[in-house]
Design a protein around this ligand. Structure first.
Ligand code: UD1
Length: 338
């Protein structure tokens, strides 16, 4: 049985990926500092899979703490989720963002090189593309100047990987996520935003449950079908599954290059109002929302060309927007009962 280190494995995407890994027969070690997650997630993972993952509480941006993980466990491959991820916060705390996100990756790569661990799946983001010139966006599209330090750390991480794979035996796959939303069908794990959510889906569910007064739709004067921004929303379980497929590709040496990039989206663009409508339908509630001004830094529209992931990974997202909004709602309701 292969042992996979999942950094940030107690977080939103991490926890869903741990479930899929365990259900695919992998042994999992979670390394997480619980900065943006809850220790209870480990019990919930066990309730779903029947197995508690190994857990080590460390700050991976600190070299000694990162080394300790590799001294404690024999690791065969890594999935790296650990990072700060709030776009707005990164603009006011750039140094912390660069230090944290880059040091984590460098500490991991350093251990990989020294210990002959050759496989890593890294979480990247469609934010590396900036405002697209043509849609759907393909992996070979040029990346643009980042709008935020957060986005820049995603670009820099891809560049670091591209040089490291040339100089070492390390093989890497960077998955460029579009907009992950939704929650596990058990409603035992899901997104746990710290404070006021920045992202659309948790803001919607928190408004509907009564934690927030109203949702503000950031602009309805964009050149889109209904004036609101378009994104490629993807169910977090579909996204989690893409990591297993990517990891297997590395273990089976099926990768064509030592560093590959894949878009992980559905290939469909939905507007903010589409998401609200889907939510109102699946939750059978009326959402309190109003139209407000545009948010700085938002791209108008972006969705993925997923043909490369389909062809090479043999992976395709399965779940519909309604399944995403319903599962997010079930998770919010489960949280409110606690
Ligand atoms: C953001 C980040 C992206 C990151 C992703 C996941 C930016 C520019 N991009 O994507 O880099 O990978 O989160 O963390 O921030 N919206 C509202 N009202 C709200 C919240 C959002 O109308 O209260 C709209 C936004 O304007 C956008 C859409 O909903 O059109 C999705 O927003 P959000 O969930 O924040 O994701 P992104 O901005 O696409």
């Amino acid at each position: 049985m292969k042992t996979i280190l999942v950094t940030g494995g107690a977080g939103f995407i991490g926890s869903h990926t741990v479930v899929e890994l365990q259900q695919s027969g992998y042994d999992v070690v979670i390394a997480d500092n619980l900065y943006n997650s809850d220790i209870e997630v480990l019990d919930k993972i066990e309730e779903i899979t029947g197995k508690k993952p190994h857990f080590i509480k460390v700050d991976l941006s600190k070299t000694k703490e990162c080394n300790l993980v590799f001294e404690t466990y024999n690791i065969d491959g890594i999935i790296n989720f650990a990072a700060f991820k709030a776009v707005g916060e990164s603009c006011s705390m750039p140094i912390e963002y660069y230090k944290n996100n880059m040091n984590i990756l460098l500490n991991l790569l350093d251990n990989m090189k020294r210990r002959d661990i050759n496989y890593i799946v890294h979480s990247s983001s469609c934010t590396v593309y900036g405002e697209p010139d043509s849609l759907p966006i393909k992996e070979e599209s040029p990346t643009k100047k980042a709008e935020s330090p957060y986005g820049n750390t995603k670009q820099m991480a891809e560049e670091v990987l591209s040089f490291v794979v040339q100089a070492t035996d390390i093989n890497a796959i960077a998955l460029r996520y579009f907009n992950p939303i939704g929650a596990h069908s058990s409603a035992k794990i899901g997104e746990l935003p710290r404070g006021v959510p920045n992202n659309l889906m948790p803001f919607i569910t928190q408004t509907a449950i009564g934690k927030r007064k109203e949702l503000v739709v950031f602009g309805d004067d964009y050149p889109t079908k209904d004036g609101t921004c378009i994104r490629d929303y993807i169910h977090v379980v579909d996204l989690a599954k893409a990591h297993i497929v990517a990891l297997n590709r590395l273990f089976e040496n099926k990768n064509k290059k030592p560093l590959e990039f894949f878009n992980i989206g559905t290939g469909n663009g939905f507007s903010v109002l589409d998401v609200i409508k889907s939510f109102e339908k699946t939750s059978n509630t009326k959402l309190n929302y109003k139209i407000g001004p545009r948010r700085k830094g938002d791209v108008i529209e972006i969705w993925a060309d997923t043909s490369f992931a389909e062809k090479l990974l043999g992976w395709k997202a399965q779940k519909t927007l309604d399944e995403m909004t319903l599962s997010a709602w079930n998770w919010e309701k489960a949280l409110s009962k606690k």
